[in-house]
Design a protein around this ligand. Structure first.
Ligand SMILES: Nc1ncnc2c1ncn2[C@@H]1O[C@H](COP(=O)(O)OP(=O)(O)OP(=O)(O)O)[C@@H](O)[C@H]1O
Ligand SMILES: [Mg+2]
Length: 215
């Protein structure tokens, strides 16, 4: 059985940027197959479910319906992509997983963190990440990064409701990290990208030491 690692953090925390920087190092040093994925992970059924959620024609979708569909899409991706890779002995890196639903749907949208955790427990049937690397930035920092790189200045002003949403998401991430200190390792993602990347790489090296080779 391989290792299941998830990457979490608010929008604009730098998850993609850091992964892009450290993936060559991980590929070089890890002795096992490395599978990098994100939901829906290229699985056609998971993709169709995602399509339902994201279809602008479905703006009337109920929040609980949406949470159930996210859990359904996750289940399909887990069974089609993640579980087979783990069975092969791979190290699976997944950009966002159950924690994202708990903080965005549960806390952000206000459905309830426990309720979202419960439906996801059904979806994942006991599969919990061995390690979650959580990139921590205050909501305002993540949003400022996204805004700075947005081309269309028209969308530059986020209203107070959006700010409050992202504050709830960030606070919920902090609570999750505090409640799961063994699983969730927090990386301060406010410094420069090179520093955050170095810190993240050190976490991988430490937590995957039995796979780490120097050459
Ligand atoms: N440490 C950093 N310092 C300054 N800017 C950064 C840093 N990390 C990332 N950025 C910039 O912030 C923006 C968002 O980064 P990125 O897309 O990697 O975040 P993300 O966590 O993957 O976000 P999302 O959750 O929206 O996918 C990008 O424009 C990126 O260049
Ligand atoms: Mg990203």
């Amino acid at each position: 059985m391989g290792r299941f690692i998830t990457i979490e953090g608010p929008d604009g925390a730098g998850k993609d940027s850091v992964l892009e920087r450290i993936l060559p190092e991980l590929r070089k040093h890890l002795s096992a197959e490395l599978v990098v994925t994100r939901e829906p992970g290229g699985d056609p059924i998971a993709e169709q479910i995602r399509h339902l959620i994201l279809d602008p024609a479905n703006t009337a979708m109920d929040e609980r319906t949406e949470a159930l569909l996210y859990a359904a899409s996750r289940r399909q991706h887990l069974q089609a992509v993640i579980e087979p890779a783990l069975k092969r002995g791979a190290i699976v890196l997944c950009d966002r997983f159950v924690d994202s639903s708990i903080v965005y749907q549960g806390a952000g949208r206000g459905i309830g963190e426990q309720a979202v955790a419960d439906i996801n427990a059904f979806a994942t049937a006991g599969r919990v990440p061995d390690l979650t690397v959580y990139f921590d930035v205050p909501a305002a920092v993540g949003l400022a990064r996204i805004q700075a790189h947005r081309k269309n200045q028209q969308f530059d002003r986020l209203d107070q409701e959006a700010d409050a949403f992202h504050e709830r998401v960030h606070a919920a991430y902090i609570r999750l990290a505090q409640a799961n200190p063994q699983r969730i390792v927090t990386v301060d993602a406010t410094p420069a990208l090179a520093d955050v990347s170095a810190a993240a790489l050190a976490v991988f090296k430490d937590r995957l030491s039995e796979y780490w080779t120097e050459d």
